[in-house]
Design a protein around this ligand. Structure first.
Ligand code: ARG
Ligand code: ZN
Length: 881
């Protein structure tokens, strides 16, 4: 906690460390209230002249310190709150220290803490300094040997990174283990786990024939929920060998599930620590979306073993080096498991509804930020998801094979090093003889570029002229932007929906199919020849770049593309654009006091998709899902949460009524194939459940009398969580006795399964009917709610602030007040989680004057709060600035 204004750290100030820790021996004497950490550091100076050794530490009590076995002259040792400086050390020496920490008092969940009575750690980004004094920076790589001593009955399982090299009993019912990690690593990849855990065990044989022992550690009552995670781990290991030639490197790979965790999961070398939400699943406790999310997070953390651990980041400004690349890799993995287009649609929805707003608001920052106050605030959608888009664009530019060559070169060149995003791009350039100088701007310029495209057909010359102009709005500290290097994938469709062969000006021959056009200038004119009729362009196929595309399509053209585009993604996209245009019209009507209307052309195109039984059900479900309220809000000058909600609800209801019989028919037709009896957890069965639940939701949106009973029947018959939640979610549109008794039944059945109860919390926190605020207050009084548990906070407060716009933005400011009070209470316990919650207030300038004033007042109250953390200070002050 800081009383003065916290200082920013700048990329331009980077300097390599002047000391190397060649080896560290740690010994943990575990005790919840008073853990002792003994460390022995083998130090070597890396510069020729005298240089002080500056170690980082936070909330540590230094018990003793010696250099080469001798106490230090007190004049040469300087300790302040967060650093320990040692002067006049021999160029090579051994530093031994003992520190005391209190894991049970660690509510920030960073460093060594207690969860469910067990010990665990989270060290990324700067948690290791809360364990012992260290060079806590990613470019300081060290060989770790870790000894753990603890009470044997309470903590039978003692884990750390690498291989177990020794273990045994000690007097007084204690025992010890020793782990050695043969790979030098930065401190952020350190992990320790101790507790009463059981494990599911399996094996994996690597491509070179080595046997790897796989273990998933959980609390005993969760042992029946590990099968899916184990299969995912095995699939990921195989996939990374097959796709990128990456083999695992230790003899053991462990995953530990913990209930109290700030983020999703952590890739510690050989010992991943996971939020239990991304491990535990059984068909009756987890939805299809949960199964898919677990699969992708398990893969993500596994893939980090190469993209993150073997090759790591030089400094935290390079975070996207490992995160953007690893998200890209996990996206590709998931795309290979099911339908590529469905995966792409989901990722683009996330990007647009979460990253685009970030890039357009006060927290906008480049994929490689220039400065930060608290690095934990930069584990963002921009660093992760936009970072992955940047990697994807490189693949689009150099091709799949070229990308593989570049990645091989990157791993070969930099194995065992801590490097920069520049090093990554250089490997791609060198392996493909390409110049990506201009492309690098994606790493340094914030903001979402806009492409304004127009088309003109000339029948006389049979040519089609596309003009493309790129621009990028200013962001904090970057008023002028240089042009980006943008891959624009496109095709031209004839009136039958066939792709017209493309011959650009200057080319002698036409080539069939789509084309990747490389935009590098502010303006481009593309002239296509031999175009026999006025085409409909299919632009930015597969979302080939993270930009906003503007093309003046008519409703007829959008309806045509919805039915005919040969690119699955763009077929979906056409429907979304059509829906956005219609909803925007309705929003205007509502604001002007007119009755909104459903566009008959939209209804027709929508019905054709519903009737199309040659399409994959998952794609049909995506196409029939209307754009979300936050995405619609992004399109408005002044966000009107009420009108957006009313328009969207109106359209859902109108579609439900107009197409009730067809929704019902599709619903019934999918009935028999929907259950999980017979292990139907494959992509096809998931697609059927998704479409069926969507039909139910439309039926329930009509307010028609029989709909709630239909949902209740599904709820009661459900043998899987997807159908149970699908029914409950649909019932949230039908207030009344059925809704109440179903919610009560769910709570009674699942109150002792925290992850399942979170779904119940979340559903109610996002309910849009009156009394939402009171309900959130009540949920916080629920015996299973705890402000100390990040998953509970996200399920109730996070869901309310981020996914209940109508009530969070209530005109009287009551939603803002509630969140502000909770932010301040949370900040004293867990600054990282508090800071995430503050982002809900950061885009205050997008609202009407009254709401602006209310949100601003809340932000000012937060900034003025005494003892505020750096985390919350940074978000709140940037939001005001
Ligand atoms: N490296 C982890 C992952 O993306 C995220 C850990 C971030 N934790 C934090 N406290 N900032 O897989
Ligand atoms: Zn990651």
């Amino acid at each position: 906690m800081k009383e003065s204004t916290p200082a920013a750290i700048h990329l331009t100030d980077y300097a390599p460390p002047q000391w190397r820790i060649e080896q560290v021996d740690l010994c943990f004497l575990l005790d919840p209230a008073d853990t002792r950490v003994r460390s022995r550091l083998q130090l070597r100076r890396t510069v020729s002249q005298e240089a002080p050794l500056v170690l980082q530490g936070e909330e540590l009590k230094l018990i003793s310190l010696t250099v080469d076995g001798q106490p230090m002259a007190s004049g040469n040792l300087h300790q302040d709150e967060n650093s320990l400086t040692l002067h006049e050390l021999p160029a090579q020496c051994t530093l031994e220290m003992e520190t005391a920490i209190s894991p049970e008092a660690n509510t920030a969940l960073s460093g060594l803490y207690v969860s469910g009575g067990n010990f665990c750690t989270q060290c990324e980004a700067e948690g290791f300094r809360r364990i012992t004094w260290f060079l806590d920076r990613p470019d300081a790589m060290t060989l770790f040997t870790v000894r753990i001593e603890a009470d044997k009955a309470r903590y039978p399982v003692l884990l750390s990174n690498g291989n177990l090299t020794d273990s045994g009993d000690l007097p007084e019912g204690r025992h010890y283990v020793v782990w050695h990690d043969p790979f030098p690593k930065p401190s952020y990849l350190f992990a320790l786990v101790a507790g009463d855990l059981v494990c599911q065990q399996d094996r994996f044989t690597t491509c070179s024939g080595r046997e790897v022992d796989l273990r998933i550690y959980v609390q005993r009552h969760n042992l029946d929920k590990c099968d899916h995670a184990m299969r995912s781990l095995q699939k990921s290991m195989r996939w990374d060998e097959d796709t990128y030639g990456r083999e695992y490197d230790l003899d053991i790979y462990m995953i530990v599930a913990v209930d109290d965790f700030n983020m999703g999961a952590m890739e510690n070398k050989g010992l991943n620590v996971f939020n239990s939400k991304y491990v535990l699943a059984r068909p009756d406790t987890a939805t299809d979306d949960d199964f898919v999310a677990i699969d992708s997070v398990i893969a993500h953390e596994y893939f980090h073993n190469w993209s993150g651990n073997r090759v790591t980041c030089r400094d935290w400004f390079q975070l996207s080096l490992k995160e953007g690349l690893t998200v890209f890799r996990d996206q590709e993995y998931t795309a290979d498991q099911s339908l590529r287009a469905v995966k792409r649609i989901g990722d683009v929805q996330r990007l647009r509804s979460l990253q685009f707003p970030e890039d357009a608001g006060p927290m906008a920052h480049p994929v490689r930020p220039q400065s930060y106050i608290e690095i934990n605030n930069f584990y963002t959608m921009t660093v992760y998801e936009k970072g992955a888009e940047v990697v994807r664009m490189i693949q689009t530019l150099v091709g799949r094979e070229g990308f593989r060559r570049g990645l091989d070169l990157y791993f070969e060149r930099h194995d065992g090093q801590a490097v920069t995003t520049d090093d990554f791009v250089r490997a791609m350039e060198d392996a493909n003889a390409r110049d990506l100088r201009r492309f690098r701007r994606w790493y340094d310029q914030a903001g979402t570029p806009v492409l304004d495209v127009a088309g003109e057909y000339d029948a006389a010359s049979a040519s089609y002229r596309l003009t493309v102009r790129q621009s990028c709005p200013p962001t904090q500290g970057q008023s002028e932007k240089l042009p980006f290097h943008i891959p624009l994938t496109l095709a031209l469709l004839d009136s039958q929906g066939r792709e017209i062969p493309l011959r650009l000006e200057g080319e002698s021959q036409a080539s069939p199919g789509e084309r990747v056009i490389e935009l590098t200038a502010p303006d481009h004119v593309l002239v296509f020849h031999d175009v026999p009729e006025a085409p409909v362009p299919s632009l930015l196929r597969g979302f080939s770049a993270p930009v906003k595309l503007r093309f003046p399509y008519t409703h007829e053209e959008l309806a045509f593309l919805m039915g005919h585009d040969t690119d699955d993604f763009n077929r979906w996209e056409a429907g979304q654009q059509f829906a956005v245009q219609m909803l925007q019209g309705q929003i205007h009507d509502i604001q002007a006091g007119r009755e909104p209307m459903l566009d008959p052309l939209f209804q027709e195109a929508f019905a054709r998709v519903l009737d199309n039984d040659t399409l994959d059900t998952a794609l049909v479900a995506e196409a029939l899902t209307l754009p979300g309220e936050t995405y619609l809000a992004e399109q408005m000058q002044v966000v009107d949460v009420d009108a957006i909600h009313q328009a969207r609800q109106f359209t859902r209801r109108a579609l439900g009524e107009a197409l009730a019989a067809r929704f019902r028919a599709v619903y019934d037709a999918l009935r028999d194939s929907s259950g999980v009896a017979g292990e139907q957890m494959d992509a096809a069965a998931m697609g059927r459940r998704r479409l069926r639940n969507l039909c139910l939701a439309y039926l329930c949106a009509t307010g028609e009398e029989s709909a709630p009973s239909l949902a209740e029947a599904q709820y009661q018959a459900a043998d899987n969580m997807t159908d149970a939640m699908g029914a409950l979610r649909a019932l949230m549109d039908c207030p009344g006795a059925i809704q109440e008794r179903s919610l009560a039944h769910f709570e009674a059945r699942w109150r002792d399964e925290p992850l399942v109860l979170d779904k119940w919390f979340g559903l109610q926190a996002t309910a849009s009917d009156a009394g939402a605020l009171e309900r959130v207050r009540r949920l916080m009084q629920h015996p299973r709610f705890s402000i100390r548990n990040p998953n509970r906070v996200r399920a109730v407060l996070g869901a309310f602030a981020m996914a209940n716009p109508v009530h969070f933005h209530a005109a009287d400011g009551s939603g803002y007040e509630l969140i502000t009070n909770q932010v301040l209470e949370l900040d004293a316990l867990n600054p990282q989680i508090a800071a995430r919650l503050v982002t809900s207030l950061s885009r205050w300038k997008r609202f009407d004057a009254q709401r602006q004033g209310l949100m601003r007042t809340c932000l000012e109250r937060i900034v003025a709060h005494p003892g505020l953390s750096r985390d919350v200070y940074e978000i709140a002050s940037r939001s005001l600035g």
